[in-house]
Design a protein around this ligand. Structure first.
Ligand code: GDP
Length: 294
């Protein structure tokens, strides 16, 4: 994201060790010193289905605290542009598909990621409230399952695409079978992070007329299909085992991204090309992969 945005604007980032985003006064001081024109809230405690299930408190509370301090400090400093990033898991588990923005809060959430979803719904509502109360054009973008360079490839805490890539690469290198989770039948929609970065660029450059926009590729595959695509990219031809004791999560979460497409954005990176590019990045950066522990 930063790599891509830095092509068009000056980007200020800060490491977790230097600034605790949960601390509003520290955030206020940092943003005040930097005199930024816009804030992109891409910071969150995130992880795959298992990380979410095992760490309810940080997935709910740390995320609320991070977004609250960023939004409050931005409002107090009069920063007019704010892009809040969330996730397609904010929508009800059994909402009609593809998921439209107006389905928010029309039914119960998927249990495995409810903690993250509740925090992100609060952020979407905070953005809506800022617009209504202060008239500032803050905006929320809800991406589908993202992947790409710089992702978390830790097999226990990651999302399925990077986790699967690493497991298959290891099995190809060391031998042995690959264990995947659930039944393989859930459908997921994947978006390369560079496609999301172009949506963020759009959001920073306009006064968006809506407060909430879905950002998806419009193309869904089953986890089993993803496994077969990944095997061919990685060159893994060994055995796949499906661990039925692990959860499937929601059966389907395809976004309707028509609202954003009507503004001229469209995804540009087909899944197989994105996976190939991400595997190349993975091979070049194996020594320095982020291992996210929670
Ligand atoms: P979700 O989209 O919030 O459900 O999050 P994930 O990306 O973690 O999981 C998506 C689907 O992939 C779920 O049905 C998982 O059970 C399935 N899956 C299969 N193998 C794996 C794996 O190795 N890691 C992860 N994270 N998910 C896996």
């Amino acid at each position: 994201m930063v790599r891509r945005l830095a092509l068009s604007v000056e980007v200020v980032t800060v490491r977790r060790a230097e600034l605790d985003l949960r601390n509003e006064s520290q955030v206020m001081e940092f943003l005040g010193d930097q005199r930024v024109d816009a804030v992109v809230d891409a910071a969150a405690v995130v992880g795959g289905i298992e990380a979410n299930r095992r760490h309810p408190y940080p997935f709910l509370m740390d995320n609320l605290r991070i977004q609250n301090s960023l939004i409050q400090a931005s409002v107090d400093l009069g920063i007019r542009r704010f892009v809040f990033l969330g996730s397609s898991c904010i929508y009800p588990k059994l909402a009609p598909q593809p998921l439209r923005e107006e389905y928010l809060l029309t039914g119960p959430l998927e249990e495995t990621n409810q903690w993250y979803a509740i925090a992100k719904i609060a952020g979407v509502k905070a953005v809506e409230a800022v617009r209504a109360h202060y008239g500032m054009p803050y905006v929320s973008l809800m991406p589908t399952n993202l992947y790409g360079p710089g992702d978390n490839f830790d097999p226990t805490t990651s999302h399925v695409l990077p986790g699967m890539m690493r497991k298959m690469h290891q099995a190809k290198t060391n031998g042995g079978a690959v264990e995947l989770w659930g039944s393989g039948s859930p459908l997921r929609e994947f978006l390369h992070v560079d496609d999301l970065a172009r949506a963020v660029e759009w959001a920073l450059g306009v006064e968006a007329s809506d407060d909430l926009y879905n950002v998806g590729s419009g193309h869904e595959v089953s986890i089993r299909e993803l496994a077969s695509l990944m095997s061919s990219v990685v060159g893994f031809d060994g055995e796949l085992r499906w661990d039925a004791s692990m959860p499937d999560g929601t059966p389907r979460k395809l976004l309707d991204s028509g609202r954003l497409r009507a503004e001229g954005w469209k995804p540009e990176i087909p899944l197989v090309d994105g996976i190939r590019a991400t595997y190349t990045w993975f091979l070049e950066n194996q020594e320095s992969l982020r291992n996210v522990t929670l």
